[in-house]
Design a protein around this ligand. Sequence first.
Ligand code: FES
Ligand code: FES
Length: 171
Amino acid sequence: MLNFWIFEFGPKEVLTMKKTISFTLNGEPIELEIEAHLTLLQLLRDKLGLTGTKEGCGMGECGACTVLFDGKTVNSCIFPALEVEGKKVTTIEGLTDAQGNLHPIQKAFIDFGAIQCGFCTPGMVLSVKALLDESPKPTEEEIRHGIAGNLCRCTGYLQIIQAIKAAIEQR
Ligand code: FES
Ligand code: FES
């Protein structure tokens, strides 16, 4: 059915159409030509090799693919790559400082055992960063709300909450 639709109404050129985009990625300006249908996740992982951003559900449900878009969290698996034109994107690779030191949120996650398999961790850490940038001293309820879109199958969340509270104290 889908193939029939493409044959009838959507020429292959639509799927291979390319466009040049310019944006800021982890503090550096970047310009490249991409296929117009790419998601931001495909752009980051497949075109730019930034594999710190993970693909879980691929449907906007789990938060594993979370990145920051002008400082706000987005699920990159369902976010059109073309939307980044002129914007700022931050991935987990962009959280370390110039010397390669981990961000305090990352250190706290390690210190408190808030990482087990680690698959949810990049997205979780970026959600925490967005939360603390907007609200430096969130309540526990606000913390839980801030990470509500990031599912973790391993930790039970207790260590994650502890790590976030520790990161807040260190600020
Ligand atoms: S992989 Fe994007 S929300 Fe699950
Ligand atoms: S540490 Fe495994 S999913 Fe969160």
